[in-house]
Design a protein around this ligand. Structure first.
Ligand code: HEM
Length: 523
């Protein structure tokens, strides 16, 4: 476990209950009052400290991905990518040697609902990994599905508002979700996955992970390639039907957290292989999609999954709040040899994560043991709320918290290898990408599903769309039809059957009520 540093503690602290000021507490049962019946007085420091700390026990929950579970583990590098030495593509140290181990912490999550919501909900699952490398931290912040709803970061708050509870009724609504989706055709690939059984993984151990966005790898010469990351579970993949999920939810809405925790306690350590897909850097006009578009998969026959290492989760957190709730992952957290692509979703995300964490956890969130790198940290950053220590190093002049200086302050690191320096040129515009191709891969996905998965997909879409306005239903039928004619037709038929079934039920209910009232009439 990461042992939180305690300042100024005696060698052998005893087990006597104290306040945070170190005052022994001799009576923890009764307030100090005027007589045994009160009133209480304001000088009750012991009580005030206890209750006011309790009043502040919660930090704001994550604005998305609030419900989560985490575990510690280790990543072991294979030293190769496919049949090639990995150094051909990246100089990132954690990948270079076969068998090299890097400690990791992973947080799995659901996206839309609050901190104690059921883990059986239809929702993408988050899969965020922090690698504590010798060069500082690398965070790979991904999802279980390999694509996303939108391709432009400016749309993210709208997407999330449509999926969060209604601001008046405080209930999630299929109508609001599909109102956004039917006006966002690029979401069809993700929606096709999400409303199939892939939208409810059986647990966290038996699901895939993916970085979704396109990143870059950079080698010793400063040359870059485009990469996508994928986690493949060695436990296999298992998803639930809606009915199976509802059965579990009736009894247990923590089943995924429980499953992960108990498996690790039993010594059944879950494992994933990290795979990458690699593409030469560039726009690739020969492809019918843009390689920076996160609503698309890179076809595996052209860009095979290449294994680069294996992760094992082998240790449960000992303090959920300190290790899981306060964990902070972000897409900007890369190490030498890994880089950003021009993917504009990725760039929007990269601002958002550390921005929210400075608010959610506090400006010194990187000093917390779960977030702090295992590599040496030496900065001239000082102070701020909850500053716990100063990032100086032995021998450094503590008066010098600026750079450059001739008075023994911190020095810039020597340049290790040439930077990757892509040439960027263009007009500043607000424009969508050219190759949107919103429906082809969604249609392929629909055809690739097994029969039961397609049946589930239609059933789930129908039940979530049934209460939506007719225009929204019509637009969704049109979009599904553009993906695949059968897909659209089956959704239309499903909605029509649902409407007829509901009308028949209503008529039967009216008839029953009439009969009852006739029975009740005295002759
Ligand atoms: C969490 C923003 C897209 C995966 C978060 C958080 C924010 C955020 C603000 C909360 C972080 C915290 O409080 O610590 C965004 C924005 C996006 C975006 C602005 C698009 C522009 C995505 C995508 C993925 C993703 C495409 C998947 C690849 C995650 C995960 C978490 C998360 C896994 C939870 C991390 C954890 O466990 O602490 N996102 N996100 N997000 N996001 Fe995103």
């Amino acid at each position: 476990m990461i042992e939180p540093k305690k300042t100024n503690q005696p060698e052998a602290p005893d087990a006597t209950l104290t306040t945070r000021q170190g005052h022994p507490v001799s009576n923890n049962q009764n307030l100090r009052t005027v007589g045994s019946r009160g009133p209480a007085t304001l000088e009750n420091y012991q009580f005030l400290e206890k209750i006011s700390h309790f009043d502040r026990e919660r930090v704001p929950e994550r604005v998305v991905h609030a419900r989560g579970a985490g575990a510690h583990g280790v990543f072991e590098a294979y030293g190769t990518v496919g049949d090639e030495p990995i150094s051909k593509y990246t100089r990132a140290k954690l990948f270079q040697e076969k068998g090299k181990e890097t400690p990791v912490f992973v947080r799995f999550s659901t996206v839309g609902h609050g901190g104690h919501s059921p883990e059986t909900l239809r929702d993408p699952r988050g899969f965020a990994t922090k690698f504590y490398t010798e060069d500082g931290n690398w965070d790979l912040v991904g999802n279980n599905l390999k694509v996303f709803f939108i391709r432009d970061a400016v749309k993210f708050p709208d997407l999330i508002h449509s999926q969060k509870p209604d601001p008046i009724t405080n209930r999630q609504s299929g109508e609001r979700i599909f109102d956004f989706i039917c006006n966002t055709p690029e979401a069809m690939h993700m929606v096709t996955f999400l409303f199939s059984p892939w939208g409810i993984p059986a647990n966290y151990r038996q699901m895939q992970g993916s970085g979704v966005n396109t990143y870059k790898w950079v080698n010793e010469k400063g040359e870059g390639v485009l990469v996508k990351y994928h986690w493949e579970p060695l436990q296999g993949v298992r998803n639930l039907t809606q009915a199976e999920a509802e059965q579990i939810q009736a009894k247990n809405f923590n089943h995924a957290t429980q499953d992960l925790y108990e498996a690790i306690e039993r010594g059944e350590y879950p494992q994933w292989e990290l795979c990458v897909q690699i593409m030469e850097d560039g726009e690739h006009p020969e492809l019918d999609f843009d390689p920076l578009d996160d609503t698309k998969l890179w076809p595996e026959d052209q860009f095979p999954f290449l294994k680069v290492g294996k992760m094992t989760l082998n240790r449960n957190p000992e303090n959920y709040f300190a290790e899981v709730e306060q964990a902070a992952f972000g897409t900007g957290v890369l190490v030498d040899g890994l880089d950003f692509s021009d993917d504009k979703m990725l760039q929007g995300r990269t601002f958002s994560y550390s921005d929210t964490q400075r608010y959610r956890v506090g400006s010194n969130y990187l000093q917390l043991p779960i977030n702090s790198p295992r590599a040496s940290v030496a900065t001239n950053q000082r102070d701020g709320q909850m500053a716990y220590h100063v990032d100086t190093v032995p021998g450094q002049n503590p008066h010098v918290n600026y750079e450059p200086s001739s008075l023994n302050g911190l020095k810039e690191a020597p340049r290790r290898a040439p930077d990757h320096t892509p040439h960027v040129e263009g007009k500043l515009v607000r424009e969508p990408i050219e190759r949107t191709n919103d429906f082809k891969q969604a249609g392929e996905r629909y055809r690739m599903f097994e029969d039961w998965e397609r049946d589930e997909l239609i059933r789930n879409l129908v039940s979530n769309l049934a209460d939506a306005a007719q225009t929204i239903q019509d637009k969704m039928i049109e979009l599904c039809g553009k993906c695949n004619a059968e897909y659209g037709r089956r959704l239309a038929e499903g909605l029509e059957q649902h409407r007829q079934g509901r009308e028949a039920q209503q008529q039967a209910a009216v008839k029953q009520a009439e009969e009852k009232s006739r029975e009740a009439q005295p002759y």
